[in-house]
Structures are given as C-alpha cells and as structure tokens.
Design a protein around this ligand. Structure first.
Ligand SMILES: Nc1nc2c(ncn2[C@@H]2O[C@H](COP(=O)(O)OP(=O)(O)OP(=O)(O)O)[C@@H](O)[C@H]2O)c(=O)[nH]1
Ligand SMILES: [Mg+2]
Length: 400
C-alpha cells in the first residue's frame, strides 16, 4: 500500500537568488568545459561585459527566507484494518479463523536538527503514513513509517497557549501526533465459546493536532544594538560566523549565531539579531519581534556606535525597548560595547563615555580589532560566572 500524505514532506530548499537556469549547447562552451547548466545572469554578463543593474528585493521578500513561527496541522497515520477470513487448505476442514491484525499508523515526530536554520521548510500540514491492512494466514499489516519534521534547535512547540515541548538540544524529539492503532483480525476473537468468529475491527484514525512552532535562537550571549552599530562586524571579528556587513541599516534580517572559542576550550555561542530602533515595540523598523531570539540568552552585548553624537542615549533606548518586550530582560548580565573607536570622533568620545557608563564599557573597533581582547576576557568571565550559577542551581549549562 502506498503511504498517503496530504503534502510532500521532504525538506524543501528555499532559493534566495533570482537567477534563471538555461541549458548551454556544447558548441557555445570552451573545448574543455563539459555541457552543463549555466546561470542566465552569468551568460548575460559575459555578453554585455557590464553587470546588469540588480533589482533590489523588497523587505517582505527578504524576510520570507527566515521564518520564526509557523502554525502546523499534524495528523498521525491511520491504523490498518483487521481482516476476517478462514484458513483454506485442501483436505483441511474447519481450519479456523486466520485474519491478521492491521499495522499501526505512523507517528509524526518533530526533531531538532542543527542543519535547519529557520522554520521556512516546515509545511502547514503533515499526514503520517498509514498502517497496512492485515492479511490471510495470520499476517499482520506493516506499521506506518515514522514521519520526521526537521525543525531548528530552539523550537518551542505550543498547543493553544500552552508550551508542550522545548526542542532546545540537537536531536531532541517530540511526538506531535500519534498514529492510530491497527484493527484486530478475526483470529484475535477466537475463544473457547466462539471457534469461528467473523468479527474484525477497523484501524483507528491517527491523532490530529494544531501546533504552533516558535523559534527562539539558542545562544549564550545575544547582541543588541541600533542598525549600523557594527554588530555583524563584531560577530565576524570574534567568531567563525560570516553575517553580511554593509553601510546601510537593516543589513541583517535574520539572527546569526557564531561560536567564540576561548583559551580554556570553552565555546560561547553569540547571536547577532537585526537592529533595534527607538519605538521598535510600536513596530518601527523591523519591530521588536526579533527580540524573542535573545530571550534565552543569559548574557547580553549592547553594541553602540561611538561615532554617533550621544552614544549613551542608544543604550538607554535599547534598554527601554528590551523592557517593553519582556520585563527584566535589560537587567541580565551584560557588557556595553562601544564600537568604531578607530574613527577620530569616536576616540574623542571615549572619556565622556567612561564618565557616563563607568570603566566597564569596552571601547573597541570591530574593523581593526583594537581592544578586542578586553571584550573576549569580559565575555569569558561572564560566561564562567553563568556556568557556575547554573551548576549551583543543579542545572546543566548550555553546551556547544
Ligand atoms: N570605522 C569603522 N566602521 C565599522 C566598524 N564596525 C563596523 N563598521 C562599519 O559600519 C557599517 C555597519 O556595520 P554592520 O556590521 O553591518 O552593522 P550592524 O549593526 O550589523 O547593522 P545592521 O545589520 O543593519 O543592524 C559597515 O559599513 C561597517 O563597515 C568599526 O569598528 N570601525
Ligand atoms: Mg548586521
């Protein structure tokens, strides 16, 4: 029996580019190049020499590639039907009932996978694989295969407003919908007082649920700052992550996580989230919904642009926005990072910054790497304190 489902469940690739692909005839290629697919945009480029003007993608389209919440209808596979039949063999009368049981329906399971970065590959509905019906000669039907839905690490599963699972560890699983039990064949009903039962039962339908998936990035430290403050540049400087850097606001449209490797072999995961502006909680800029990605971060890095006229006001605004999102969020252990100290106006502002925020603020340059060790030492120190507190409370700290 072919397992049925409502929609394809394989992981879909979401392509960010807009290039078309055309087949190039072998004669059009250099002698050493085998016939292959070439991007139409590449072919055009070589023809006209001048790169075609790039059509800017709308913000809506750019955001589409990163999805951090989804509503999913999941349905377990139906159990296979039990069968009613009697043993049939030459010269063997009254062979007795031999109808087999149906196989159980397959479960639908959510599985946290480190390779999956957003919920964009998760479809809106899934149907589990059905169990096969039982057969003659006491043959049981085959059970439906388990259907796995791969979700990013840090996915919160909600049913209504209740949190039913938190897939915060790689490989964590949650049974989203159970498959239905297989029906019983008439052999099952054989009893001393009934030697020839004809009863068989149908398979049970699978469980059906509507779940809400919400992604909350898992990292030790979260970076918060105004657009263009240099958060992505800083993440590139301290970790292996390579988020895009550009001189226009809102270059970053989705969270990036980088791993900072410390001298004591500790690994600290740092998340860079899109820029926050004044009034983000009133949906200004990209809004404050992205703050959910730092809700799990126990440490915060407030990144301010020291070349701006009054950089400390940025810090006040950021703290205000964090408090609007979740009370107490801004009071978590944090480091204030004053970036772009390589610029003359920023360097001149360092004494005033120290007077306002005290000596704990770290003035550095993500571009030149100046004073980066001070930040790494501070981050390491805060992380060590966090691990000690977690162990004291009997909790296992997050490991990367
Ligand atoms: N001079 C100087 N420029 C910097 C430094 N750090 C970042 N920049 C520049 O600042 C601009 C913005 O940098 P990003 O790292 O993209 O800033 P961001 O905070 O990630 O910005 P969004 O993603 O838009 O929120 C880029 O042109 C960087 O080259 C620095 O230390 N010194
Ligand atoms: Mg950025």
């Amino acid at each position: 029996m072919v397992p049925s489902r409502l929609l394809s469940v394989g992981p879909r690739t979401v392509f960010g580019g807009v290039g078309r692909w055309t087949r190039v005839a072998p004669g059009q290629l250099p002698w050493h190049a085998p016939p292959r697919l070439l991007s139409a945009s590449c072919a055009d480029l070589s023809k006209h020499q001048e790169p075609p003007a790039k059509k800017p993608l709308s913000e809506k389209k750019l955001k589409r590639h990163f999805v951090d919440h989804r509503r999913v209808l999941v349905r377990g596979g139906c159990g296979g039907d039990g069968v009613s039949c009697f043993h049939s063999e030459p010269r063997k009368e009254f062979g007795g009932p031999d109808g087999g049981d149906g196989g159980d329906g397959g479960h639908v399971i959510l599985k946290a996978d480190q390779q999956v970065k957003s919920l964009s590959s998760v479809l809106s509905r899934y149907q589990g694989f059905h169990g096969q019906a039982g057969g003659r000669k006491n043959c049981s039907g085959r059970g439906g295969a388990v259907l796995y839905i791969r979700v990013p690490v840090g996915t919160l599963v909600k049913e209504g407003s209740e949190v039913v699972a938190d897939l915060s560890c790689p490989g964590a699983e949650y049974v989203a919908a159970r498959g239905g039990a297989g029906g019983k064949g008439n052999r099952f009903f054989l009893a001393n007082d009934n030697r020839a039962p004809v009863t068989c039962t149908p398979g049970q339908p699978g469980q059906e649920r509507v779940l809400f998936l919400e992604l909350k990035t898992v990292a030790h430290a979260g970076m918060v700052g105004f657009p263009n403050a240099g958060k992505s540049s800083l993440l590139r400087a301290i970790s292996n992550a390579r988020p895009a850097v550009a001189s226009y606001p809102f270059t970053t449209l989705k969270p990036h996580v980088g791993i900072v490797r410390c001298d004591d072999h500790q690994q600290i995961a740092v998340a860079d989230i899109p820029g926050i502006v004044r009034g983000a909680h009133r949906n200004r800029g990209l809004g404050s919904a992205f703050l959910r990605h730092i809700e799990r971060c126990r440490l915060l890095l407030f990144v301010v642009d020291l070349s701006e006229p009054e950089p400390w006001t940025q810090l006040e605004d950021l703290k205000w926005e964090l408090e609007q999102h979740e009370a107490g969020l801004s009071r978590r252990p944090h480091v204030v990072v004053a970036n772009k100290v390589d610029l003359p106006e920023a360097r001149a502002a360092v004494p005033r910054l120290r007077a306002r925020l005290g000596p704990s603020a770290v003035a550095l340059s993500a571009a030149t790497g100046e004073n980066m060790e001070a930040l790494l030492l501070r981050l390491q120190e805060l992380h060590r304190q966090h691990v000690a507190t977690e162990l004291q409370r009997g909790r296992q700290p997050l490991r990367w």
